[in-house]
Write a protein that binds this ligand. Structure first.
Ligand code: SF4
Length: 91
């Protein structure tokens, strides 16, 4: 593993960041997502990870501390956070 991925705090935890798909119940999904986001919060390459996910059009999994819905909204240019996350550019 090279580049920013070699510093990823999630290394070795793919099941936490990519769920089982349609078989995952909503509450289990929310719990898993919260645990994954907690790992992302302390990750030294969070911005690189999020930038990669947006640039490559990733649609599934947790990337850069964002869940799938948040990531899709960011890719559409519609995501806004008051918690210090990436923000939509002002027009
Ligand atoms: S920000 Fe989260 S998903 Fe991205 S590399 Fe870090 S821990 Fe993994």
């Amino acid at each position: 593993m090279t580049g920013w991925r070699s510093l990823a705090a999630c290394a070795g935890q793919p099941g936490l960041f990519f769920g089982p798909g349609d078989t995952e119940q909503w509450r289990a999904h929310r719990r898993r997502e919260a645990r994954a986001k907690a790992v992302c919060a302390g990750c030294p390459v969070r911005q690189q990870c999020l930038g990669f996910a947006v640039a490559s059009g990733e649609r599934s999994g947790i990337w850069g501390g964002l869940g799938e819905d948040e990531l899709r909204a960011l890719q559409r240019g519609a995501w806004h956070s008051s918690a210090g996350g990436p923000r939509r550019r002002a027009a």
